[in-house]
Write a protein that binds this ligand. Sequence first.
Ligand code: FE2
Ligand code: FE2
Length: 362
Amino acid sequence: MPTGQQYALNSDALTKLDGLVSRIESQPGDTIDVEEFRALQEQLDVRSVLGTLPDGLSEDDFVGILKLALLTECATETYGDAFAERADRFNAPWLARFNERVWVPDELTHHAPYKFILMSLGFSEAQLDREIRHTQEIDYTHRGGDTPVHVTTFGIVQEYLTDNWHGLIAAMLRHASPTAAYMATRIKRRETLHTVWYRDMTALQIEADPRLMKFVAEALLKFEMPGNTLAPDLQHSVGRWMPLMGADFERITRDLVRLIHETMTDTRRSGALLVEIAAARGMTLGPVSPAVVRTALDRLGGPGYGLLGEALLERVGLSYILKREHQREDSGFLLYGGVYERVRGLMRSWVARQLDFRLEAS
Ligand SMILES: [Fe+2]
Ligand SMILES: [Fe+2]
């Protein structure tokens, strides 16, 4: 098993990662022009949203939701520095380049619309700037693990959840303030791209060294939204706000499982990842500990883990991925015959019970 010091990719992998970053750099997508938003500022009438808030969500809640977006987005340089330091420490020039030339400049534009939106609600620019400065001065400690694969895994989850947050905000704004909704949607689209980029970077690292899966598991287990440090009072209300905002937790779980599965490439690795996570959390499979499950699955070889990965995908409604894989791969698990169905049933209910670990992230 690799440790924090055993992160080293071969030159072939480094070349591929470099190539990926070059492609991203040459095609960064629809980046934000803050001046475009500034010009739209006069059209904003966010006060009209107050009469259309979902049941149970107060005006203070609405302001808190917008401020959480503003304050977590304004701290870009804090995260940027944390990632740059790790990229240097683990000899990942591709990550340093992505961070410096693509990610940081992009993220620096994301808080602007929320400032305009809050000003339209009556907040003064001076007050918002004070809150922004205060947040930027907070000492942010990145606790999601240090190697580049820890960082890119953290990126997948953090960007996905942020994408989701901007989307929920856009939905609340859409009816009464389409211009504000447009701004939030533009930011959301950037986060969608970031999610996919981090997913691809993670997949290339796993392809080069499947043992790095352990670090993916670690990053998922340690994951914490930066808002917990930067705006704890607001972040702590997210659990109450999300259902009121219409968050679809099944979909969030499904999307996250799909993204992580895509970094593992097949069900065997996804199953092995699940066992890794379960073992680290001390979960049991019925009366059986994950360590015993792992020993049993190791004896069965790949197909055993495949069953578990399959159960995971089925549980979250991603069986279509299985059909795709089965067309492509030899189906070793078919050898199990009737036992297969029984084991699969057991795995499925176990997976169902473990799945909530994903939602702690929100
Ligand atoms: Fe952002
Ligand atoms: Fe982002």
